[in-house]
Design a protein around this ligand. Structure first.
Ligand SMILES: [Zn+2]
Length: 348
């Protein structure tokens, strides 16, 4: 059951992943279409998992290859929903938590694929995570649950603060000690949303998982993208790169010399902005967003289709999202393990 629901939601996620960063509406056009031949897809063309397998990853109308991403998003989301279904509806009995975690995990699946491909995390998605966490917390309050508060404040708020402070802290330390941008701002905002949903303890565990996953998979990822590296290193004077166009051709250490990390002042201001959720409020009051971050929240992204990943960038976002997804499915096991480790380390 969970698998079927999850795969169906995964089908919708594919629409989100394609349309949202491209500034397209999710409801218009209402029907899915093939990006190549624009042929409108019928319900029978969109049976989760099966359609892709039966048509062997090709558009029925024009034969254009459908990226395997469409299949894997449905499969991954189906597996996650099956896991959550089992943990909270069969082994446990908490349908509100199941619903909240399932929605959060699906949102994180969309983030993984958008961030992986385009190195951005739309603000709207991060804001959604935050609202979801607050809504779940409000329900806990209504139930008079002890889990509703942590350290005397709402657990979602406590978790959001922990998320911002840890990720922003890493960014700040990286900037101070190494003079580098250590963390994308989208990652900080995502960590805030994760904290709001998982609450402090589980979100810290999930951040730890993310670091572990990032270390393992990040290395693998570097080896998976070797060709681009050699090309760009071999042609330092090429004018194809995005940022190289007005740089003299004879620079050998162009990366170091071009590199200008974010100023400490800007980092501090943004950090405060994320704590105050100005980026979220700013989605409704664009003037505020512009005044604080000096950016237009709804500015279209340039060159989205032609954007090529810089080989030195390793996005942490996908790992952060993956760690949190594992957190939603294995909450009980992870918190149990963390607690016994804590007791063991404390010598109980
Ligand atoms: Zn087609």
């Amino acid at each position: 059951m969970g698998l079927a629901f999850g795969a169906a939601i995964g089908s919708f996620l594919n629409v989100v992943i394609y349309r949202m960063p491209r500034g397209m509406s999710l409801s218009n056009p209402p029907n899915s279409f093939c990006p190549k031949c624009k042929h409108r897809l019928l319900m029978s063309d969109m049976i989760p998992l099966f359609t892709w397998l039966i048509q062997r990853g090709k558009c029925k109308y024009c034969g254009e290859r459908i990226p395997s991403r469409y299949f894997f998003v449905e499969l991954l989301n189906g597996a996650i929903w099956a896991g959550i279904w089992w943990q909270y509806l069969i082994a446990g009995d908490d349908w509100v938590k199941a619903l909240c975690y399932a929605l959060a995990a699906s949102t994180l699946v969309a983030i993984i694929f958008i961030d992986w491909e385009l190195y951005i995390i739309p603000d709207q998605i991060n804001a959604f995570l935050l609202f979801l966490g607050l809504a779940y917390n409000a329900w806990l309050f209504a139930q008079g649950s002890a889990a509703a508060t942590t350290w005397g404040i709402p657990s979602s708020v406590a978790g959001a603060l922990v998320g911002v402070l840890i990720l922003w802290g890493i960014a700040f330390l990286g900037r101070l000690l190494f003079g580098k941008d250590a963390m994308g701002h989208g990652d900080i905002k995502m960590a805030r949303g994760i904290g709001a949903i998982l609450f402090p303890a589980l979100s810290v565990v999930s951040f730890g998982l993310a670091v572990g996953l990032g270390a393992i998979l990040g290395v693998a990822q570097i080896f998976l993208r070797p060709r681009k590296v050699t090309q760009e290193v071999a042609k330092p004077d090429s004018h194809e790169g995005r940022e190289q166009s007005d740089v003299p051709a004879n620079q050998t250490l162009e990366d170091e010399e071009e590199y200008e990390p974010e100023s400490i002042g800007s980092l501090l201001k943004c950090g405060l902005g994320y704590i105050l959720c100005i980026d979220v409020i700013g989605l409704f009051v664009p003037k505020l967003y512009k005044a604080w971050f000096n950016e237009d929240p709804f500015a279209p992204l340039e060159d989205l289709e032609t954007f090529e990943a810089d080989f030195t960038m390793i996005p942490f976002g996908p790992y952060l999202a993956l760690g949190a997804i594992v957190g939603t499915v294995f909450e009980k096991q992870l918190l149990g393990a963390a607690r016994s480790y804590w007791h063991w380390a404390a010598g109980d």
